[in-house]
Design a protein around this ligand. Structure first.
Ligand code: GUN
Ligand code: FE
Length: 425
C-alpha cells in the first residue's frame, strides 16, 4: 500500500519530524519507508492520495476501564475510595448480565475507534463471560487490545467479591482460551489494586504471570488515603510498590502501573529496574483530586511513561483531550514546583503515541519495520481559512478537534471502518 499526504510523527521524546507531501509505503502490517520523493521502484503503482490531509500516528491508551465508559463525567465530587464505592462498583456489578455487557462493549470499542485510539490496555470486570465477550468483540473490531479480567477477593461489595480459587481458575481459563482462539487481542493480568486482592490471590496471579509470561496492569499510589490503607494492610512490606514486587506482579518490561503519584525514590528505582510503564492519567487525577504525578522527574530518571485516559476516572476516552490536559496540568504544577518544567505538546503527543505503543513493540511512529497505525486528519471548515504549518494543525486538532476531523484510521496496516453498526445495538 502506498499513501500520499503530509506526515507528522514523534519517533523519540522531544523529537518531531514532518514530511510534507510525502509517500509512505507499507507491506502487510508493516511500514517499508517514508519518502520525500517516491523511489523509482514504486513508480506507476496505485497510490491512495490523501491530498492536503495531515497523517499522524494513531493513539494508544494503556489505561482505560471498559465498563466505566458509561460513567464518564459522573461522581467527581467524591475522591477515589468513595467514588469507587458509590459509582464504579455498582456499575461494574451490572456486567453479570451478558446482554448489557455486550451492548456496552460494542459502544466502548466504537468510541475508541471514533476518537482515534487503535491500541489499548483495558480493565474489563470480574465476570468471566463478560470478559470473554469483550475479548471476542475486540478481536472482531480490528483494534489491537490487551484485555484483563479484574481480580478482587477483598474489600469489595458482595456483588463483585470473588472466591480466591475461583478468581484464579477463571483467569487461567481466559488466558488459555484467548491464546487458543484470538490473534489480535491479548490477555493481561489485572489485579484491581492491592486493597482489593488478598496476598494469596496476588501470589497466585504472580505465578500465572511467570508461567504464561504475561503482561500485568494495575493501579499504584493514586490517592493518599489509598496509600495509607495499603500500608495498614501490609505492615511488613515497606512500600506500596514492594507489595506488588513481593508477589511477582512487577513482571519485568511487561507491567503497566496507573497513576504512580505518591512514590518514594526507592519505589521509582524499583520501577525503573523492573522497566514498568507508568500511565499518567491527568484528567482522572484532577477529577478525583488525587494529586499530580511528577512526570518530568520520572522522565528525567528514565522511567517508561505514557499518558492514558483512565476513563471513567478520566471524563473522556478521547486521547487528544488527555494529551492537552496533561500539558495544562503540568503548567499549573510548574508554578508550585519550578524544577518540574512543563510538558510540551510534542512531548505529550509522543507519550500518547510512541510512548504507550512501545508496550506493543515496534509501533507508534512512522519508522521502517514498525506496524502502521495512523489517523488521517482532514482540515475542517474553520481550519481551512488560515494557512497553518503541520504542527499548528496538530495543535488545533488536539485542543479543539474531534472525530469529525478524522477522515480515516489505520491499525496494523489496515484501513478500519466503524467496528459495530447501529443495527447491531
Ligand atoms: N483504583 C482501583 N480501582 C480503580 C478504578 O476503577 N479507577 C481508578 N481511577 N482507580 C482505581
Ligand atoms: Fe484506573
Amino acid at each position: 500500500m502506498i499513501l500520499k499526504g503530509t506526515f507528522l510523527h514523534t519517533p523519540a521524546l522531544g523529537k518531531m519530524e514532518v514530511y510534507e507531501r510525502a509517500w509512505l509505503v507499507t507491506e502487510g502490517e508493516t511500514i517499508v519507508g517514508l519518502y520525500r520523493t517516491l523511489p523509482p521502484r514504486y513508480q506507476g503503482m496505485e497510490v491512495t492520495d490523501w491530498g492536503d490531509c495531515l497523517i499522524i500516528p494513531a493513539f494508544c491508551d494503556l489505561h482505560i476501564h471498559a465498563p466505566q465508559i458509561v460513567n464518564r463525567g459522573i461522581g467527581y465530587d467524591e475522591q477515589l475510595l468513595p467514588w469507587l464505592e458509590r459509582y464504579t462498583f455498582p456499575t461494574e456489578a451490572r456486567f453479570s448480565q451478558q446482554d448489557f455487557a455486550r451492548r456496552v462493549w460494542k459502544a466502548f470499542l466504537n468510541r475508541l475507534w471514533e476518537r482515534g485510539t487503535m491500541r489499548f490496555a483495558a480493565f474489563a470486570t470480574v465476570h468471566k463471560q463478560a470478559v470473554w465477550q469483550l475479548m471476542e468483540l475486540s478481536e472482531a473490531s480490528g483494534l489491537r487490545g490487551l484485555v484483563g479480567k479484574v481480580n478482587m477477593d477483598r474489600n469489595a461489595p458482595d456483588s463483585l467479591r470473588e472466591d480466591t480459587d475461583a478468581s484464579l481458575a477463571d483467569t487461567e481459563e481466559l488466558i488459555c482460551r484467548s491464546r487458543a482462539e484470538l490473534k489480535k487481542t491479548g490477555f493481561i493480568l489485572t489485579p484491581r489494586f492491592v486493597p482489593s486482592t488478598t496476598s494469596r490471590l496476588m501470589d497466585g496471579l504472580g505465578q500465572l504471570a511467570e508461567r504464561y509470561q504475561l503482561p500485568v496492569q494495575s493501579h499504584l499510589s493514586e490517592n493518599r488515603s489509598e496509600v495509607k490503607w495499603v500500608a495498614g494492610l501490609h505492615p511488613d512490606i515497606p512500600t506500596y510498590t514492594q507489595v506488588y514486587d513481593t508477589f511477582g506482579l512487577l513482571s519485568k518490561g511487561r507491567t503497566i502501573m496507573a497513576h504512580a503519584i505518591h512514590l518514594t525514590q526507592e519505589e521509582t528505582d524499583l520501577l525503573e529496574e523492573k522497566e514498568v510503564t507508568l500511565a499518567h492519567c491527568a484528567l482522572s487525577n484532577m477529577n478525583l483530586s488525587s494529586g499530580v504525578m511528577p512526570l518530568r522527574r520520572y522522565l528525567k530518571q528514565g522511567l517508561r511513561c505514557c499518558v492514558a485516559s483512565d476513563a471513567a476516572g478520566g471524563n473522556t476516552a478521547d486521547m487528544a483531550k488527555t494529551i492537552t490536559a496533561s500539558v495544562q496540568l503540568s503548567k499549573l504544577n510548574w508554578l508550585s514546583h519550578p524544577e518540574q518544567t512543563p510538558l510540551s505538546l510534542g512531548e505529550a503527543f509522543y507519550l500518547a503515541t510512541r510512548g504507550g505503543s512501545a508496550f506493543f513493540g515496534d509501533v507508534g511512529a512512522f519508522l521502517p519495520g514498525f506496524q502502521f497505525d495512523a489517523l488521517v486528519l482532514r482540515p475542517s471548515e474553520l481550519d481551512a481559512l488560515v494557512e497553518r504549518t503541520p504542527f499548528e494543525r496538530l495543535e488545533q486538532f488536539l485542543y479543539d478537534g474531534d472525530d469529525r476531523d478524522i477522515a480515516a484510521r489505520y491499525c496494523a496496516g489496515t484501513l478500519l471502518s466503524r467496528p459495530f453498526g447501529e443495527e447491531e445495538r
